[in-house]
Ligand binder design. Sequence first.
Ligand code: SF4
Length: 494
Amino acid sequence: MAWRIKERLRSQLARERGAIARDWGGRASVVLLYPNAYRVGMGNLAVHSVYAALNASDSIACERAFLPDRLAMHEHMASRTPVLSMESQRPLRDFDVIAITASFENDYLNIIPMLSMSRIPHRRADRTDDHPLIIAGGAAPTLNPLPLSAIADVVFAGEFEAAASDMMRIIESRAPKGEAAAALSKIQGAVTGEGSGAVKRMHAEDIDSFKTQTVIHSRDAEFGDMHLIEVQRGCPRGCRFCATPVIYGPTRMRSAASVMAMFEEGLAHRKRMGLVGADILSHPDFETIARAMLGRDATFSPSSVRVDAIDDGKASLLHEAGHRSIALGIEAGSERLRRTLGKGLADARILEAVSTLARSGIAKQKLYFMIGLPDEGDDDVAAIARLAALVRDEIRRAAPRTHRTTAVDITVTPFVPKPGTPFAQRKFAGEQALKRKVKQLRRALAKESGIVMRTDSAVDAAIESLIAMGDSTTVEFLEEANRLGSARAALRAD
Ligand code: SF4
């Protein structure tokens, strides 16, 4: 079965463009471990950035490893095959360094299984000098490095690019593990052991001084039909629940020249550009960039659009770029609650934006809301259904020909308090309360046509809240979850 696993990795590698498979001779070997599926990891620009930066050094061979999919996992278990890297299909244990990059807290649940399949003790204290050095970073550890502090030798909070050259010098030296860990722990943003949680993060002042774009193109990846380009970092809005300004603040915009340089490189691979950032339409050169891309027969897709940045000109550019639907973060149903969140959008502004989009030919709207917010009452939940119906009616008014097909998709996500945000100390609503609110919303929407609701799992949100606000003892929760997961897998196998 091990050969089948290797064969699958090789064929996935063959479908990629841009991967680097190097001979290890004399080089420091690093495996970039993304604790989720290949498809998800390869849709994440952090993986591309770190991979490109490490492989830019001729003294480093950087490979990738992902969580095996369900079928592959079954084969791994049956044949006791460890997790293997993509490029050379070597076990994680063979590498000098395992670099975990994690964007979402719930992906931590996959770290212990991946290490234990690789016969690497997951607790730092149980590993010896013969095991690889394990470092961790990414958006979730930046927000709170402590939950991984009992697992990784060093956890980094902040932006990799700010300390990349220092880190790489240490990795390239191939110093004994203890020495390397001690040197890495002196870098700003490093947390070792228990840590205090109060850490000065690594921060890259000038994002124009490096590129952040897709370096490996694969149709198997999320957004695989696009060339992803980072356009901005952070968000100036400062909504009180949101982790983005905390992780990436202060906001930085790339220059149009830097975006266009990456566009030129991307054109060799894709005609569609994924513009990554929290508020793409507010980039001062958005219209220039968009027109330049359209003028070269390419299209673009912003990762995120803010309601109050939409006007006629931008809406028609989005339409020209092929958009027929747009996702908008509304967050709360009532104006009162939106004010509390720091979102401050009036219903009238939302309807105006929706109408502008519909008149431009973008008549499908996806609205994102949260439930379980601090100070949320039943009226606020009811207001979600009311606003969704108003949006539907507004689209029908603005684009009457779409009347029969008008669809408003709403996604309802539980609020999860995140450290460092103004709402960090507010309580997670709890599974039962969330389920009750979803039920209330379903009842209210049952009589409405043209509105489809999707909800995120309350259980996943409960896990996320526990890990997000965790500390060095969170490893015990991850171990328990791993035991339960293994028991479930064993029962299924029976
Ligand atoms: S919710 Fe959106 S607009 Fe508000 S701070 Fe976060 S990314 Fe910015």
